[in-house]
Write a protein that binds this ligand. Structure first.
Ligand code: TGC
Ligand code: FAD
Length: 391
């Protein structure tokens, strides 16, 4: 792979909207990505291996629980810093950002927001330091966009619960130490349970042959009469709103993260267009290539402003789920289109692992589907503005 020469575009001086802490967090993450992630990521993706050696570094830069209070081992940062961190990590690779998103928003957040004090004290510091890795089980083979229909269930057996069912497409599942699993009780109410690796009847087979997110490990969670101690139930929220509340936080991170992937594609394509000579001139002088690049920087700028405004709303506790859906949908779509256009600017070179573009493009095909598909987020906006559910 070519050396990482990334220069971040900032066409509307969005840096002026950031404070010193935001810029410091962003620079620290950016330099970690250049030094540790960029040199190894292409090889990991080609081999379809999750680069476990990055886990310590991710913990050290504060990517596990950026907005979880320091009392519980988190970095205690605000939502803009969290977003910028996701942007920089996804600039390197969406799969590595996935690992950070899952750990922070889908494992640490539910423990922090819905867990008992004992669960928080026991688990959050270990998750923040990377000593323990988690995953989040909501999707099932027959219930993806419609998680409310889930079949995974648990029964009260007096001194413990008995868990049965299966989850599919679970990021980090093959190596996670714990899983936050969403399951129905005997009344059909959804609750979160902490399932630990090693519990009898619990297995996590890996899903192979993915063409997307190859540097992220994906798998199943299978529960066959798993005995769950009662203290492993998250006590402070139940119903479908509980897992969906975690998704709000992860979707917000994705709205920022994909800007990083788009920036990397744009920056690579711009540099290539200035250097690549055809018909005696750099292809950057051609109007068709300028159209592509101009539209890209316009879309990146709009996405940056959307993410920044959403971040300020989130910091004030005012961001709605529907606003988060709009930003996730718009920004992922923007990044995917930019990846496809950038790939064309590089011609044949664009399909090789010498450049990051094809990897970003393939990764984004998962990002547009997970955490709510492109269609589902459109229907969430539709419901919000019309008051009618079209699911
Ligand atoms: P609906 O009746 O609308 O809602 C049920 C209850 O939930 C509440 N609610 C929310 N609460 C918090 N945040 C949100 N975003 C919420 N959306 C809804 C709602 O108020 C209601 O509460 P209550 O108290 O009245 O019961 O539910 P529905 O069954 O009609 O479904 C709505 C729909 C389709 C929007 C929802 O199910 C959905 O978002 N589907 C998409 C599924 C999804 O996003 N799955 C993601 C799985 S995790 C993942 O992909 C991780 S990828 C990780 C990585 O690698 O980065
Ligand atoms: P389906 O729900 O079957 O949808 C198929 C198509 O139908 C889509 O185009 C969808 O938009 C459309 N559709 C569905 N319903 C409607 C409707 N009402 N109206 C119109 N169109 C509709 N899940 C987890 O729980 N944890 C994880 O860690 C996790 N990680 C993932 C990692 C990867 C790499 C991938 C690919 C997925 C992951 N997922 C995870 C699962 C992900 O959230 C689901 O794939 C996603 O929610 C969509 O579900 P589905 O694939 O079953 O598609």
């Amino acid at each position: 792979m070519k050396p990482d020469l990334f220069t971040a575009p900032d066409y509307y001086n969005i840096d002026d909207l950031l404070n010193e802490e935001h810029k410091m967090v962003r620079e620290a993450t950016r330099s970690w990505v250049k030094k540790e992630l960029s040199p190894i990521i292409e090889d990991a993706a080609q081999k379809a291996e999750f680069p476990k050696d990055l886990l310590n570094g991710l913990a050290e830069i504060g990517a596990f629980g950026p907005y979880i209070p320091a009392d519980y081992g988190g970095a205690g940062l605000d939502q803009i810093s969290y977003g910028l961190m996701m942007q920089e990590i996804e600039r390197g690779d969406s799969g590595i950002r996935s690992t950070a998103s899952v750990q922070s928003s889908l494992v640490m957040y539910p423990i922090f927001a819905y867990g008992s004090e004992e669960q928080k004290k026991k688990l959050l510091p270990k998750l923040a330091s990377g000593e323990m890795i988690g995953c989040f089980g909501l999707t099932e083979p027959d219930f993806g966009s419609n998680p409310g229909g889930m079949l995974t269930n648990f029964k009260d057996k007096g001194d413990h619960y008995l868990l049965n069912g299966a989850k599919l497409w679970i990021s980090n599942a093959p190596f996670a130490d714990i899983a936050i699993v969403w399951a129905k009780n005997e009344e059909g109410r959804i609750h979160g349970l902490i399932v630990e690796r090693g519990m009898e009847g619990f297995s996590t087979p890996e899903t192979h042959n993915k063409w997307s997110l190859r540097a992220s490990a994906t798998g199943e969670l299978i529960f066959n009469d798993v005995k769950i101690p009662k203290k492993n139930l998250l006590p402070n929220k139940n119903g479908l709103g509980a897992p969906l509340g975690c998704l709000d936080s992860a979707r917000y991170g994705i709205a920022w993260g994909v800007i990083g992937a788009a920036m990397d594609c744009y920056d690579t394509a711009l540099r290539y267009a200035k250097e690549r000579i055809q018909f005696g001139k750099p292809i950057a002088v051609k109007q068709l290539q300028q159209k592509k690049l101009s539209e890209m920087i316009t879309e990146i700028t709009k996405a940056q402003l959307l993410a920044w405004r959403l971040g300020t709303l989130k910091n004030e506790g005012k961001a709605t789920s529907a606003q988060i859906s709009m930003a996730k949908r718009n920004n992922v779509d923007m990044a995917l289109k930019i990846a496809r256009e950038s790939r064309q600017i590089l011609g044949a070179m664009g399909i090789t692992g010498e450049y990051s573009i094809m990897r970003h493009m393939m990764n984004l095909e998962s990002v547009v589907t997970y955490e709510g598909t492109h269609d589902i987020h459109l229907l969430i906006t539709g419901l919000d503005i019309t008051g009618h559910s079209a699911f």
